[in-house]
Write a protein of this length. Structure first.
Ligand code: UDP
Length: 369
């Protein structure tokens, strides 16, 4: 009999398993996929660690989390600086002096601040949705060229119908600083995320290709307690209705050229381009293979966003009011379930970054192990 059956070998499951084992618990990890690492799974193609379920750039302000992940991987000095392409015109992200200079020709921070101040005047009072929040942060010009199209493709919803917190993820700076994140610590694990999760799961029994919900009764018998990191509505067989998610489809291409776009991420912020962004994976590790040699080829992924439907992979919870209320109902059901913990992006229906998932798993372990 195991102490814990952990459903899902993604980040939440791996952290929980690692901590539990460290404290002498007997754990079994299962995953319905044939690979560990959930959506941070990376696969080596032509010497390049390809982020198969979308780009993941580790960043955090949490020293405990940073120290924790550094036990399982060496992190390189990658800094995320995406480029935005609006109908072929290029801008720096996040919104900083380079962006303002390109947009308005302003040169000093004072001029930039004045321009933003003038444009944000149209929003009076507390912003009620993403559109108002965006205009009040950076003004209408930037909203129209760098936010509106991208956001509507990404979420499949009008910016007026989306919660404002989504856009607050992006910094706005009056300095020449293209670092996308305001984080003390940032980097990519050398050798890929799969290796990092493998290290976390060292010495732990993992069974892949096992679907928990399809074999629930039998699997539940194996352990005292369950940690479930799948979708919470699926656990309850959608009995209160389905929560909405966004899914992502990737079109991967191996190209026989050394450099396609000169950057890891280019966001396509106009409505006309059907994809939201293109990732060129080699730049997460500076174009070098594990021996430090230049890689002659390149792998790119075009990312298409779509509404989730049964059978698709869920990626992003849609944390608007309607879904928030439904989730609350599911959370109450979950509270009444015995011997089970719901965790992670899908288990808690929350747009968590990697560091927040780890922090939440570590916290849970502190409380119950
Ligand atoms: N966003 C945008 N333009 C961009 C990049 C991001 O308007 O070029 C907005 C968009 O609403 C997106 C949000 O900022 O959903 C958060 O973007 P982030 O890059 O943090 O999302 P993730 O990497 O998690 O997909």
């Amino acid at each position: 009999m195991y102490d814990y059956l952990i459903v899902g070998a993604g980040l939440y499951g791996a952290v929980f398993a690692q901590k539990a084992k460290e404290q002498g618990k007997n754990v079994l990890v299962i995953d319905k996929r044939d690979n560990i690492a959930g959506n941070i799974y990376t696969e080596k193609i032509e010497g390049i660690n390809v982020h198969k379920y979308g780009a993941h750039i580790f960043h955090t302000n949490n020293k405990e989390v940073w120290d924790y992940v550094n036990r399982f991987a060496v992190f390189n000095r990658f800094t995320n600086s995406p480029v935005a392409s609006y109908k072929g015109e290029l801008f720096s992200l996040p919104f900083n002096m380079y962006t303002f200079n390109k947009m308005w020709g302003v040169v000093t921070p004072e001029e930039a601040a004045a321009k933003i101040e003038e444009q944000r005047k149209e929003i009076t009072g507390e912003p009620r949705n993403l559109e108002e929040q965006a205009i009040s942060l950076v003004g209408r010009d930037i909203y129209e060229k760098l936010i509106k199209g991208y956001t509507e493709k990404q979420w499949g919803r009008d910016c007026k119908e989306l919660p404002s917190f989504i856009i607050k993820r992006l910094p706005v700076r009056l300095t020449f600083d293209n670092n996308y994140f305001n984080a003390l610590y940032q980097g990519i694990p050398v050798g890929g995320y799969t290796k990092m999760v493998e290290n976390m799961l060292e010495g732990i029994e993992v069974r892949l290709g096992v679907d928990y919900l399809e074999n629930k009764d039998e699997l539940d018998k194996l352990a005292q307690k369950v940690v479930y990191t799948g979708a919470i509505d699926a656990y309850f067989d959608y009995k209160l209705g389905t929560l909405e998610y966004r899914s992502v489809r990737f079109e991967n291409e191996l190209l026989d050229i050394p450099n396609f776009q000169g950057n890891a991420a280019v966001n396509y912020t106009d409505r006309e381009t059907p994809w939201t962004r293109i990732i060129e994976h080699k730049w997460f590790e500076f174009g070098k293979d594990e021996n430090g040699n230049d890689i002659p080829k390149t792998v790119i992924s075009r990312e298409y966003s779509s509404e989730w439907k049964p059978g698709d992979e869920p990626y992003y919870p849609v944390n608007d009011e309607k879904n928030g209320a439904l989730y609350e109902e599911y959370r109450k059901l979950a509270e009444n379930e015995k011997n089970i913990i719901f965790g992670g992006r899908l288990g808690e229906y929350k747009y968590y970054d990697m560091d927040a998932v780890i922090a939440s798993a570590l916290e849970k372990c502190k409380n119950i192990l």
